[in-house]
Write a protein that binds this ligand. Sequence first.
Ligand code: SAM
Length: 291
Amino acid sequence: MNRIILGDCLDALAALPDGMARLIYVDPPFNTGKVQRRDRMRATADDANGTRGGFAGKRYRVERHEAGAYDDDFGANYLDFLIPRLEAGLRCLTPDGSLFVHLDWREVHYVKVALDRLLGRERFMNEIVWAYDFGGRSPRRWPAKHDTILWYALDPSNYVFNEHEIDRIPYMAPGLVTPEKAARGKSPTDVWWHTIVPTNGREKTGYPTQKPLGILNRIVRVHSSPRDAVLDFFAGSGTTGEAAATHGRDFVLIDSNPEAAAVMATRLARFAPECVGFEQPASTKESGLFA
Ligand SMILES: C[S@@+](CC[C@H](N)C(=O)[O-])C[C@H]1O[C@@H](n2cnc3c(N)ncnc32)[C@H](O)[C@@H]1O
C-alpha cells in the first residue's frame, strides 16, 4: 500500500480509490510569492584541495548544492488552486476520517471560510497553532512565529481521537502541582510549542519548508490507527510518510516536484523497502510537465 507518486495531485488523486485513507494531512504551498529554495552544504574529505580544516588536521572541500525548489506564487488565485485539490482529496477519506490542513497567516483565514462552506461549520474541530521560535525578528511588527493547522472531521460524531496516544509535555510552573503530576507532565492544548526541524539533525533532508517529525508523529498517532492509510498530497520531503511508517500505518504521498519525489524515495527506503523509488502515472508523463 505504501506509495510515492510524482504528479499534480489533482490528476493523481483521481486515480485513488474512494475512502482509502483514514487521515489526510496536507501542507500545501503557503502563497509566499517566492520560489521556495534551500541550499545545502556538502563537506567532502579532500586533503589536497580542501579549504576547511577539520579534526586531526583533515581538510574538507565544501560545496553548495540545491536540495530542492518549488514555486509558491499563486497571487489572487490561491483558492482556485487549493480548494479543488482538497475536494478531490476528500473523496479518498473514510466516512470517519479527518482532514488536517497546515497553513500560515497568509491564506489560513480564506481557506477556513472556503472549507466551512464546502464541509459545513459543524465538521470543523480545532484550530491548532504550531508555535516555534526561530529566525529573524521584524523591528516593525510582532514577529510571525506560528503556523495554523485546521482539523475537520467528516463525521463529527464518529472520528478517531486516540487520547491515550497523546504525548505529555512539561508543566509551565511545575512548582504549583504535586511532584507526581510534575513528573507525569500534562497533555497539550491546541497550542503546540515545537522547534523547527533542527538545522543539523538527522531529521533534516534539506528540502525547503520541511515540517518537524514531532508534529506529524502526534497527528498520526492520535488521529489514525495501526494499519490505516495516511494520505498527503503536498508531501514535499515525506515527513508524513516517515511518521506513518514508524507507527505502523501505510502512506500514500503525492508531490508534483521531481526533487521532492526523489528525496522521499531516499528518505523512506529504510522504512518501507517494498516502496522502491516513485511512480509516475502515464497521465502526468503525457502532460510533458515531468519529463
Ligand atoms: C510546504 S511543501 C510540503 C513540505 C512537507 N510537509 C515536508 O515536511 O517536507 C509543499 C509541497 O507541495 C508541492 N506541490 C505544489 N503544487 C502541487 C501540486 N499541484 N500537486 C502536488 N504537489 C504540489 C510542492 O512541490 C511542495 O513540495
